[in-house]
Design a protein. Sequence first.
Length: 207
Amino acid sequence: MDTVLAGARAMSPWETAAVLLAIGYLLLAVRENIWCWYCAFASTAIYTVLFWDVNLLMESALNVYYMGMAVFGWYQWTRGYTAGDGAEIGVTIHSLSQNQHLIIIVAIGNLSLVSGYLLSQYSTAAWPYVDSFTTWASVITTYLVAKKYLENWLYWIVIDSVSIPLYLDRELPLTALLFAAYVVIAIAGYFSWKKHLVSDTNCRNGV
């Protein structure tokens, strides 16, 4: 903990800004607020540069993708949007089937193994297999957020937990703390969205 706190005191203003925007994104996403995508775009733009500087190549590339997904997510969530304050979103929460889960897990595993091997052989990337796993899992899970699949939160719990030691090793202590907070928020997000899903289902069924 002393090491984390010492590193946090030495963090750059850019990392601070990226962390605050990222927290804003996640808290707003839990509430299904459209402004989460503005925070996401700004935060990931900063992280693209930060991760490149510390030699997390896949993480840097991932954040370029995140920038594009922030635009895509904003578009998805504004379809059918009627409220004036951004609190009500037209796209409803829905759930993944068992077959969809299986496809996602197999895809993440295969992509992680292939890119991890290539990075270990042909680059200077740190933690190539872990970096690859968090990258590909995040690529797919971000799409699940944009489409409002409930189970995106379960995937984020795993991804964020794995990411913590990765960022500590790369001397990004505040980002490691951010991802620890992400785990807690993702748990809350899952139950919040699940409650909304049950409520929407009951309304559609006339309950």
